[in-house]
Design a protein around this ligand. Structure first.
Ligand SMILES: NC(=O)c1ccc[n+]([C@@H]2O[C@H](COP(=O)([O-])OP(=O)(O)OC[C@H]3O[C@@H](n4cnc5c(N)ncnc54)[C@H](O)[C@@H]3O)[C@@H](O)[C@H]2O)c1
Length: 249
């Protein structure tokens, strides 16, 4: 399948995990990819792997929370590749903490990266995506759909990502732009590793969020992101797709 032949995709969080898997999937399918993250070594490695698949790849260190950096990096993408067909917003952070203990600075930081970062990228990409009748795929989470204990900041940020996704879908759908999201459950990446829960977490509360499937890697999310960004998703707009093996079914 070469659904992205001649197309350009911008991928955030591309140094690792779901972002890297998505970059590789899009590159496999013929896309030229522009990759951003904070982690330069990881970015270089992803770009190298994309090029080994025959794709054109460019990368830049960019903090998704910084408006000027985001705008300049988007400009660099257009200068390099001349167009933009898909924006995949994947960069994110998690912080799980008892609600009584989370500080307002921690709460703000999670919203800043996951929600404000997604907003800034969508705004910077908008004119370029309208020009190509392109697509945005945002990364929400099952925590936007069902309460995640200790995830007051994370779940709130992802609920915002879901709402932003639907808003852009209806505001720009008539102009041919599509905006959708994925809601991954627990996926094996650095983010889901040991030690993310508070030490005294009540595991009875966590039981309801435990995956009912065998552990899965980031490729299972990348495939759904690619579908939503491609022509196969042409009539899907303002939709969220759970990628959780049925855990929340
Ligand atoms: N892994 C899971 O279980 C899971 C579940 C649901 C949703 N998600 C979401 O999927 C997305 C990808 O997560 P992942 O599991 O691949 O985690 P990851 O930690 O492997 O990747 C996240 C990437 O985002 C980058 N990043 C963080 N802050 C940034 C910033 N300010 N600017 C630019 N880049 C930044 C990191 O450097 C990292 O490379 C996130 O939005 C996450 O919330 C993950």
């Amino acid at each position: 399948m070469r659904r992205f032949e001649g197309k350009v995709a911008f991928v955030t969080g591309a140094a690792a995990g779901i972002g890297r898997a998505t970059a590789l999937r899009l590159a496999t399918e013929g896309a030229s990819v522009f990759l951003i993250d904070l982690a330069v070594e990881g970015l270089q490695e992803t770009a190298k792997q994309c090029e080994a698949l025959g794709a054109a790849a460019a990368h830049a260190r960019c903090d998704v929370t910084r408006e000027v950096e985001v705008r300049e990096t988007m400009k660099a993408c257009i200068e390099r590749f001349g167009r933009l067909d898909a924006l995949c917003n994947i960069a994110g952070i998690i912080l799980l903490q008892h609600f009584e203990k989370i500080t307002v600075d921690q709460f703000r930081r999670v919203l800043e990266v996951n929600l404000v970062g997604t907003f800034l990228l969508c705004q910077a990409a908008l004119p370029h995506l309208l020009a190509t009748r392109g697509a945005i795929v945002n990364t929400s989470s099952t925590s936007a759909l069902a309460g995640l204990p200790y995830g007051s900041a994370y779940g709130t940020s992802k609920g915002g990502v879901s709402a932003l996704t639907r808003t852009l879908a209806v505001e720009f759908g008539k102009q041919g732009l599509r905006c959708n999201a994925v809601n991954p459950g627990s996926i094996q990446t650095a983010m889901s590793g040991d030690g993310i829960l508070p030490k005294d977490a009540d595991m009875r509360l966590m039981a309801r969020t435990m995956s009912i499937s065998k552990p899965m890697g980031p490729e299972v999310v990348a495939g759904v992101i690619a579908m939503l960004a491609s022509e196969d998703g042409i009539h899907i707009n303002g939709e969220e797709i759970r990628v959780d093996g049925g855990t929340l079914a």
